[in-house]
Design a protein around this ligand. Structure first.
Ligand SMILES: [Zn+2]
Length: 146
């Protein structure tokens, strides 16, 4: 659902994902594409990783966010083909590389000043790229349980 004056981008509340108002598009706007499609996939994936299966503490936030981040690549690949999935994956990698400080951070961090410090390109994009690396290592049949 879309909420007016919602201050965050989106939140994966169990059974009722909430998106900010800009996620709403009318029929004319939708002819140019679904702007929030990737975020919608991300938040829906949280119904499994984040809501049904969740982390013990903020230190393990990457369990939730890396899975949801990588779901964006899986969705793009499923819906629009391998090139679109690769483009989404590349965009995620660029997001991680954008901040040089990310290179020195571990995926799981037990020492942080504020829980907000965990919501970064490491918990999200690095985790998603690690999952992509694992997928390439074990193969699609094992990774996707086909
Ligand atoms: Zn998320």
């Amino acid at each position: 659902m879309v909420g007016r004056d919602y201050v965050s981008g989106a939140m994966e509340n169990t059974t009722a994902t909430l998106h900010q108002e800009s996620a709403y598009q009318n029929a004319r706007e939708l002819t140019d594409g679904i702007v929030w499609e990737s975020t919608i996939a991300h938040e829906l994936f949280h119904q499994w990783f984040g809501d049904l299966v969740t982390a013990e503490s903020w230190s393990n936030l990457t369990v939730n966010e890396s899975m949801a981040d990588y779901s964006q690549t899986l969705w793009e690949e499923y819906k629009y083909g391998k090139d679109a999935g690769d483009a989404e994956n590349f965009q995620g990698m660029q997001g991680y590389l954008q901040n040089p400080g990310n290179a020195t951070k571990h995926l799981v961090r037990f020492n942080y000043a504020d829980k907000e410090d965990m919501f970064d390109g490491v918990s999200y994009q690095k985790g998603g790229r690690v999952l992509h690396m694992l997928r390439n290592y074990v193969g699609d049949d094992a990774f996707l349980n086909r």
